[in-house]
Design a protein. Structure first.
Length: 273
């Protein structure tokens, strides 16, 4: 006969009481992936806490911080009215997953706003832990061989308290994944805060086993880093990289920087005998 401990008894009682009250009960051990996998044909919604400062309006998402604002999407504040602008709603982050025949058919991402009434084919997972949501989205990026992997990366970077940069590095270096997924990973590595992002991007540029287009994306990402981080890294690439096309890309972005150190490099290269 199975013995019930006080802990298990309390847990069982809570489940029974919740069921009697008509409240949906989800076992803690159930992962987001397992809950999504139950939907063979239909739509799954889930919400999670976005990083501080992330807000959204329609299909556009904005991050406000001490250095200014960064905007993603193509319809943010397009009005030319100088007296009015639409609000940018702070969180939560919202992901929609369309499932067809047990496969992921589409993925959409929003911030703020509210869900419209759901049809019978929509399953809403409610608020899920942000870290678990980020891990699940990264798992899509690591496993999907189509465009869904690329689509999953951006919302993963928006999840609060998530540390996905090591996973993005692996994705960027994985020749088994679609180029779009890898270049998207490189782009978001370039948006990461801190010197570690610059060092990791430089490593990708130097790794000749990585697809050239992905390495060129890493060069561009370096050009978007703060000047004190990005310019020295680009100068190092321009001086030492064995791939002439990569060196050319680094020199191009140095030319856009208007940095005195870049001008010194150009003078050195042009006067070199």
């Amino acid at each position: 006969m199975k013995t019930l401990t006080m802990t298990s008894l309390a847990g069982t009682t809570a489940v029974v009481l919740a069921a009697l009250a008509g409240v949906a009960v989800v076992a803690p051990a159930q992962s987001i992936a397992s809950r999504v996998a139950r939907v063979s044909n239909g739509t799954v919604r889930m919400s999670f806490t976005a990083k501080p400062g992330i807000c959204g309006s329609g299909n556009s998402i904005r991050h406000s911080n001490g250095r200014g604002r960064t905007t993603w999407g193509n319809d943010w504040n397009t009005s030319r009215d100088v007296e009015w602008e639409s609000d940018c709603s702070l969180g939560p982050a919202r992901v929609v997953l369309d499932r067809r025949n047990g496969e992921l058919a589409d993925l959409r991402f929003y911030v703020g706003g509210r869900w419209r009434p759901a049809g019978s084919d929509v399953v809403d997972l409610g608020m899920v832990p942000a870290r678990e949501a980020a891990d699940y989205l990264i798992s899509i990026a690591q496993s999907e061989r189509g465009s869904m992997g690329e689509k999953a990366i951006f919302p993963a970077t928006m999840a609060d308290s998530s540390n996905i940069w090591p996973a993005l590095l692996k994705i960027a270096r994985s020749s088994d994944l679609p180029r779009g997924t890898r270049t998207q990973s490189v782009f978001w590595l370039g948006q990461a805060a801190g010197e570690a992002a610059t060092a990791n991007l430089k490593d990708i540029v130097l790794d000749n086993s990585v697809d050239r287009e992905v390495r060129e994306s890493a060069v561009f990402a370096l050009s978007q880093r703060p000047r004190e981080e990005g310019v020295p890294a680009l100068i190092s690439v321009a001086r030492t990289n064995k791939d002439p096309e990569i060196r050319k890309k680094a020199l191009f972005w140095l030319g856009q920087s208007n940095d005195p150190r870049a001008i010194d490099l150009f003078e050195e290269l042009l006067t070199k005998k």
